[in-house]
Design a protein around this ligand. Structure first.
Ligand SMILES: Cc1cc2nc3c(=O)[nH]c(=O)nc-3n(C[C@H](O)[C@H](O)[C@H](O)COP(=O)(O)OP(=O)(O)OC[C@H]3O[C@@H](n4cnc5c(N)ncnc54)[C@H](O)[C@@H]3O)c2cc1C
Length: 386
């Protein structure tokens, strides 16, 4: 008796079709390739292209610009299915349009035609460059600068951890454009084509998890871009990013849910097959309670995550709900992975086991898109503001 998690009952009606598409795709293209891409650490171009053919990559971009206009609940439904199958490949598939949503919201019509449409039509991929080698959590402390020089901006500085920084056609770059006392008003966002002179990117050292996704160290050395590549208005970058992360964090919650489901399914199957003391390991009540706790926490997190998706869509305290969903779901993934490892005994540490891959991958969403300590700061502060 295997488990079937990620049930449909919590998923709104309008997201069910895309959820089923995502499950079919994950079963056919992601799960069977997970181990191979983890082992080689290659960029999964073939799976990405298959995902594009299936209409499941960069499709949160609106129909007006060539996408499917998938909303947050639909993207969440895709995320949990993809991450259940493999987090590394899933991250690559979901990063292909990362940050482009801000161009859609704040960009001009010309910018959207030039930069957004090719991403929605899957001719280009993109990425979002915020984090730096010396600064990660303090979004209002980043040091990369963009100085206006007549009809150009000149970028100088470094970015680190940037998904697709090597592979992308262009990236959205967050850079300092002012030095006012209000540190939250000093940043702006820019479209930066990766073939611009002065843009140099290389892969960061190999990671222990999510190896099928690639992050870059980017150096901007007098990198000149046209002034019309500014997104929205100068100084509004922090605010645009904060709003964007409310959506992103609900989806990262989905990363956690997929991983938590994978850990529970894998542990469940293992203890129902493994025998010790003349019975299945699953026959021990201590083990049953462990599985029960995994299920309880998983379902609680998932209910919170879908509730948060609705809240963010409706703009009801979006920062609070997004932070709660991201924190809870990603931490359930860590806890379930830890318990799943224990239930696998010595076999847990065999590198090619699915449970070991989940355990390594689960360490990552508790950090990216804002470490969970930062989320707790937001949860505390914004709870008091209600
Ligand atoms: C696989 C992966 C992919 C990524 N992709 C991208 C990407 O595409 N684009 C991008 O811009 N970035 C990306 N990141 C970067 C990610 O967003 C940062 O790693 C994250 O914001 C944390 O920054 P940091 O690693 O510099 O840690 P730091 O900010 O140095 O923090 C280290 C630790 O200090 C503690 N801490 C820090 N501040 C506080 C505080 N105020 N209160 C309490 N504790 C605190 C936390 O425990 C935190 O984990 C990615 C990271 C990873 C691992």
């Amino acid at each position: 008796m295997s488990l079937n998690l990620l049930s449909e009952d919590l998923v709104p009606e309008h997201a069910l079709d895309v959820k089923r598409e995502a499950r079919d795709f994950a079963t056919e293209h992601i799960a069977p390739n997970a181990e191979e891409y983890y082992r080689t650490g290659d960029y999964p171009w073939e799976v990405l292209e298959a995902g594009m053919d299936a209409g499941l990559v960069a499709q949160d971009i609106s129909e007006e610009y060539g996408g499917r206009g998938l909303d947050l609940e639909q993207v969440l439904a895709i995320a949990e299915e993809f991450y259940r199958a493999d987090a590394g490949i899933a991250l690559t598939l979901q990063l292909a349009s990362f940050g482009a949503e801000m161009l859609e919201q704040y960009g001009t019509d010309e910018q959207k035609e030039q930069w957004l449409r090719p991403v929605a039509e899957n001719d280009q991929i993109t990425g979002l460059a915020v984090s730096e080698p010396e600064i990660g959590s303090d979004l209002a402390g980043m040091q990369t600068t963009a100085e206006k020089d007549e009809d150009e901006y000149v970028l100088n500085g470094e970015k680190y951890w940037i998904g697709n920084g090597v592979e992308a056609d262009w990236v959205t770059v967050y850079a300092k454009t002012g030095d006012t006392d209000d540190r939250y008003m000093n940043y702006s966002l820019f479209v930066v084509p990766t073939d611009t002179e002065g843009y140099v990117a290389e892969h960061i050292p190999e990671k222990m998890g999510m190896r099928a996704s690639k992050q870059a160290h980017i150096v901007f050395d007098d990198c000149r871009i046209p002034a019309e590549n500014l997104i929205g208005s100068e100084g509004a970058g922090f605010m645009m990013l904060a709003d964007f992360f409310n959506h992103g964090r609900v989806v990262v919650g989905g990363h956690g849910l997929g991983l938590a489901a994978a850990a529970l399914e894998e542990a469940w199957d293992f203890v129902h097959e493994r025998e010790e003391f003349g019975r299945h390991v699953a026959d021990f009540q201590a083990v049953q309670h462990g599985l029960a706790d995994m299920r309880l926490e998983f379902e609680a997190a998932r209910a919170l995550n879908y509730r948060a998706a609705r809240k963010v869509e409706a703009y009801e305290n979006p920062g609070l709900w997004a932070a709660m969903a991201k924190t809870k779901s990603t931490e359930v993934a860590v806890d379930n992975a830890e318990q799943g490892m224990q239930f696998h005994g010595g076999r847990s540490i065999l590198t090619d086991r699915r449970i070991a891959r989940v355990y390594r991958d689960a360490r990552i969403p508790v950090i990216y898109e804002g470490a969970n300590e930062i989320q707790r700061n937001l949860i505390y502060r914004q709870s008091g503001e209600q």
